[in-house]
Design a binder for this molecule. Structure first.
Ligand code: DX5
Ligand code: ZN
Length: 220
């Protein structure tokens, strides 16, 4: 992929005005919608579930990038495919049989992603990187929006880019957590393809302009 992707996270949207915020993203320069599903077990927070994803999918006109922060995600692969997810990302730490999970996601016609918590080494992907369409590097501990970006992420992205090249994988690198105008360009420089941005977009005065500025910042 040549074009770098901005994926606003609806976790930071105004849930009482979800349709308005979905339309804003539709009309904006953003490329994807990022949807955060939390179960209160894998992460200490509960976000939203299937009925909300269904409602969002009815209005969303761009790629639905679904990030599952749940234990035992295999249980819901089919459900999210039916809901219209294009990308389904599971956590490395939540899968006992990651290879099998990735195949199951692809068998449902979705792109398969793996997210890594800040403490999880990219070296653990050595044997599966070729089976992934996307690696989501968590640049905060998952569970909440609005946290500060962890600086070690740049090094991790660099190392991951090298691993992807070494293994001849086609996986894209996504960064999730604390992304803003101060770190976006450096992240792309380190090898990222996709930047998720929640608070920085939705808590800004003009989210449409914020997305436009981010896109311009990372244009190559
Ligand atoms: C965190 C979620 C993120 C979150 C990012 O657990 O996975 O997608 O919405 O929010 P910000 O951009 O506010 O850090
Ligand atoms: Zn996320």
């Amino acid at each position: 992929m040549n074009t770098k992707v901005i994926a606003p996270s609806l976790l930071a949207a105004d849930f009482a005005n979800m349709q308005r915020d979905v339309e804003m993203v539709n009309q904006s320069d953003a490329d994807w919608f990022h949807l955060d599903i939390m179960d209160g077990v894998f992460v200490p927070n509960i976000s939203f579930g299937m009925p909300v994803v269904h409602a969002i999918a009815k209005h969303a006109k761009k790629t639905l990038d679904v990030h599952l922060m749940i234990i035992d995600p295999d249980r819901y692969i089919k459900t999210f495919a039916e809901l219209g997810a294009h990308n389904l990302t599971v956590h490395y730490e939540a899968c006992n049989h990651l290879h099998r999970t990735l195949q199951a996601i692809k068998a449902e016609g979705m792109k398969a992603g793996v997210a890594l918590n800040p403490h999880t080494s990219i070296n653990l992907l050595e044997d599966t990187i070729q089976d992934m369409d996307l690696v989501c590097v968590m640049s905060v501990n998952p569970g909440f929006g609005g946290q500060s970006f962890i600086e070690n992420t740049y090094q991790k992205v660099n190392d991951l880019r090298n691993l992807i090249e070494k293994k001849n994988s086609k996986a894209l690198i996504e960064i999730d957590g604390g992304v803003n105008a101060s770190n976006a360009k450096k992240l792309i420089g380190a090898g990222a393809d996709i930047l998720v941005a929640g608070s920085f977009v939705f808590k800004s005065e003009n989210p449409t302009n914020t997305i436009k500025n981010l896109k311009e910042l990372i244009a190559q």
